[in-house]
Design a protein around this ligand. Structure first.
Ligand SMILES: Cc1ncc(COP(=O)(O)O)c(C=O)c1O
Length: 333
């Protein structure tokens, strides 16, 4: 039995889990095996995606610490910041977002929802964002002087507390696999700040799931993710001491499909987004899930998933829909 810390009940879980029959049948390289999808894009409506799973634990900690304000950070179209803005409003917490952008912010997609949720927003250039620690410190002191108590959540909600969200999601996956009597070769997902990856890796270890966790990076290289995941796992172990040996956890991150950079996708990714929407009714985004799912399909075609005894593959759809609306000009309609 795993002793989870306190969590709030915010996400619509368990999320659906089923095979993508038409896509799988099209991929002759799968040889009859199937791609399954874990619909974490359905964890809520406006609060949908992977972040809410982490925030169930992070915001529980904020409330337990007596905080009335939450400060967090991310790109101007951050899904994480949008989820914090909306959940903060739901819980009656003040939310202050530190958003990174070098251009004039447009009130579309996630940023539109941040504004609707009434979050306070400070914009910083990419250069200013390099001193993010001092920005958090500055605003924490600012709220302290006002008699408020602020809780800081790092970019993407990825730290030793946030990763519990995907430890718990792994427990859900274990039940999904048992229900379908299956043992997939890989659990695949998009990685940005590393918390989903760290949580799934740790969750598979804790819940006895003998399946590889394979992440597709949307920014930064595999060495960065190895370090970041290691740091998050160490943070987890220092906050929640246990006998678990985290040294056996090795991150597997593919950095071949980042394309032009964070938030920018190649035309092939937009093309794939259109194909999957029409074929399976699944909506991907160009920042995270589109790149990762596209990378997975390319790697299947290259034979990179051909040698396992168990052939089924699970794609965790981590959400991001509102990021699609922020880039609709690239869809060519
Ligand atoms: C839609 C979506 N998918 C995947 C990720 C990556 O998750 P993580 O930051 O935990 O690596 C994020 C956030 O960064 C996201 O918003």
């Amino acid at each position: 039995m795993i002793a989870y810390p306190d969590k709030l009940d915010l996400a619509q879980t368990p999320t659906p889990f089923y095979p993508l029959e038409r896509l799988s049948a099209q991929l002759k390289e799968l040889d009859g095996a199937r791609i399954w999808i874990k619909r974490d894009d359905l964890t809520g409506a406006a609060t949908s995606g992977n972040k809410i799973r982490k925030l169930e634990f992070l915001l529980a900690e904020a409330l337990a610490n007596g905080c009335d304000t939450v400060i967090t950070s991310g790109g101007v179209q951050s899904n994480h910041c949008r989820a914090v803005a909306l959940l903060g409003a739901q819980l009656g917490l003040k939310v202050h977002l530190l958003l990174r952008t070098d251009s004039e912010p447009q009130a579309v997609g996630n940023l539109l929802l941040d504004q609707l949720a009434g979050a306070t927003i400070s914009y910083y250039s990419v250069k200013e964002f390099k001193r993010l620690d001092s920005l958090f410190k500055h605003w924490t002191e600012h709220y302290q002087q006002q008699g408020s108590k602020a809780y800081s959540i790092p970019t993407g909600g990825s730290n030793g507390t946030g990763i519990w969200g995907y430890v718990s999601a792994a427990e859900e996956l274990a039940a999904d696999f048992a229900r379908h009597n299956m043992k997939p070769q890989a659990i695949v997902h998009a990685s940005g700040s590393g918390g989903t990856q760290a949580g799934l890796m740790l969750g598979c270890l804790l819940h006895g799931i003998d399946t590889a966790v394979k992440a597709y990076a949307v920014c930064d290289n595999s060495a960065y993710f190895a370090d970041k995941i290691n740091a998050d796992l160490r943070d987890w172990q220092s906050r929640y001491p246990s006998e678990i040996d985290i040294s056996e956890l090795q991150a597997e991150t593919c950095d071949d499909y980042i394309g032009p950079g964070y938030g920018q996708a190649d035309p092939e990714v937009f093309e794939f987004i259109k194909q999957l929407a029409a074929m399976e009714g699944i909506l991907l985004d160009p920042v995270y899930t589109g790149k990762a799912f596209f990378g997975l399909i390319e790697d299947i075609k290259k034979g990179k998933y051909a040698n396992a005894a168990n052939r089924d593959i699970v794609f965790v759809h981590t959400g991001g829909l509102f990021g699609l609306f922020a880039q609709q000009q690239h869809l060519g309609y």
